[in-house]
Design a protein around this ligand. Sequence first.
Ligand code: 13P
Ligand code: SF4
Length: 363
Amino acid sequence: MRIQTPLDERFTGVPPEELESRISAAKALLGPRLLILGHHYQRDEVMRWADHRGDSFGLSRLAAANTDAEYVVFCGVHFMAESADILTPDHVQVVLPDLNAGCSMADMADLDAVEDAWGALGAVTDVERLVPITYMNSAADLKAFVGRHGGAVCTSSNARAVLTWALERGDKVLFFPDQHLGRNTAYQLGYGPDEMRVWDPRRDLGGLEERDVKEARFLLWRGHCSVHQRFKTTHVEEFRAEHPDGIVVVHPECAHEVVQIADQVGSTDFIIRAVGEAPAGSTIAIGTEIHLVQRLAAEHPDRTVVSLDPLVCPCSTMFRIDAAHLAWVLESLVSGEVVNRITVDPDTAEWARVALQRMLDIT
Ligand code: 13P
Ligand code: SF4
């Protein structure tokens, strides 16, 4: 359990303008020693300071390519900062401004549960022909698990390529922790529902019969994103009734029924491109986290960009990173103290790097 100690008055009790000028001053003092990375779901008050913005794949590539900066301040969530630590050389220190910025989906699979599943599957199928694939949204020890067992990491922007690769190496895939990304990608590759089974980690043999395991090409871990599961087919129908020419773009963490009737589906980077490429005057409903939707609406005043779910749905963990926490970590770095450093132990990092590198090589 990670616990973030509360910030003191010097950060919480000052007006936003003061935080802005302090962040700006600290950033200037740190100069090229500092690289700030920002995921698209970050608040504007944080995102404006990012040297690079990106989806989780793009940011992991940027972290891997960094050779100059000594400090990478990752404005995103814990698994992203861990991946950055794994992909950067030892002298680079990765900092997460709030330790409680986790991911509820990533927490739906842990190493014990995955090892139990692997053991149970080994009793009914040849695990040499089973390829484990973990979504980027997972802890480093799960990435190491797939590295050790011949699998790879994937993100929403490369899941198709990674699953294609996996099925060239084996007969079946165990995909965790997001059943939706796994299912949506399997459908994209032309597989049908009879070739997929949901693996429920709380039940014996995942709640399946031995025959199910033998028949399945995809064993999909029963995990989901609490933000993306809110989008329903009724939202698409209501939007289309009001805007018959409107465009619906959703993230692949949404349920398959929603993805199936959307016009376009893809990662956060893809969603940004889709809005940029939509004709001026169009109305676009987006099924993803609200900060990205609001930023796209502000950046494209000649288009109407709305959330597919009219009720706002922020990612509560991404939201934890605010200007106060950013000011705190930067001012600490200026004074020579590295706070909230994210480190992965060398053995875990070695195997997680294998799994991440396979992903980078495949794509
Ligand atoms: P992207 O890889 O599309 O940025 O998604 C990360 C994420 O956590 C979506 O909920
Ligand atoms: Fe995790 Fe969902 Fe937040 Fe993405 S939006 S970081 S999957 S909880």
